[in-house]
Design a protein around this ligand. Structure first.
Ligand SMILES: O=C([C@H](O)CO)[C@H](O)[C@H](O)COP(=O)(O)O
Length: 231
């Protein structure tokens, strides 16, 4: 598929080996834009997981979901030297850490994604100063599995609506249990990136699932006047 998608689809690869991750991404490659080396891969196999996945997909945007909380320069340099185009930091991290992530990403001409997991509204507002970052509204795996929450909750709407209303420039990503059923609500919030893991990787036919997600996004935007800023 070559047409310009208004929203990037980020495939999240978690809880599998590096070879399984590469095989999964090969199956769905035509339907996804960005590939996330999930936190679980980085924890289990190290930065080598980022290096091997970038080597396998040199033309894709590779997101290293390292979820940095401290030691920002060291961890972001590891990611970027391994080929990551985007690295993640927790929004709840100290300002010093966030600043160092932003500085390191700028030095490498790469991008920072700030994960808003468990971040207060006050801190979310504060984080909007990082206008060249991507802010990721994220419902965690544990909240999904133990509290029945999924992306598309009111807190997500709050952040996104504020961002649009203020015409500020951090881009918005949304993650956490996104499915075909929940995607239309999320698309109404005009994210730049939708992050989908299990709905594709656990599907009986991952390629079909990824294709359906892509087609839903295409249909949504061809039927509406919604637009998103591009990265
Ligand atoms: O960041 C993620 C999570 O913390 C690790 O499992 C995932 O990339 C994100 O949640 C997307 O995966 P799904 O929730 O399975 O769609």
């Amino acid at each position: 598929m070559t047409e310009q998608q208004p929203v990037r689809i980020q495939l999240a690869l978690d809880r599998m080996t590096i070879q399984e991750a590469i095989h999964m991404a090969q199956q769905v490659e035509p339907y996804v834009d960005w590939i996330e080396v999930g936190t679980s891969l980085i924890k289990e196999f190290g930065i080598e997981s980022v290096r091997q996945i970038k080597q396998a997909f040199p033309d894709k945007i590779i997101v290293a979901d390292i979820k940095t909380f401290d030691n920002a320069k060291y961890e972001f340099e590891l990611c970027f030297e391994a080929g990551a185009d985007v690295a993640t930091v927790m929004g709840a991290a100290p300002d010093a850490t966030l600043e160092l992530c932003m500085q390191t990403a700028r030095k490498y001409q790469r991008q920072t994604m700030i994960d808003l997991l468990n971040v207060s509204q006050e801190k979310r507002h504060h984080l909007k100063q990082y206008t060249d970052a991507i802010l990721c509204d994220h419902v965690s795996k544990d909240e999904q599995e133990h509290h029945g929450q999924v992306a598309g909750s009111s807190s997500i709407q709050q952040t996104t609506t504020d961002t649009i209303a203020n015409n500020s420039t951090p881009k918005i990503a949304v993650a956490g249990g996104i499915t075909l059923e929940t995607l239309p609500t999320i698309l109404q919030q005009s994210p730049t990136v939708v992050i989908v893991g299990s709905a594709i990787t656990q599907a009986h036919d991952p390629a079909e699932s990824a294709q359906q997600i892509r087609e839903l996004i295409h249909t949504f935007f061809s039927q509406s006047t919604n637009t998103t800023a591009s990265i």
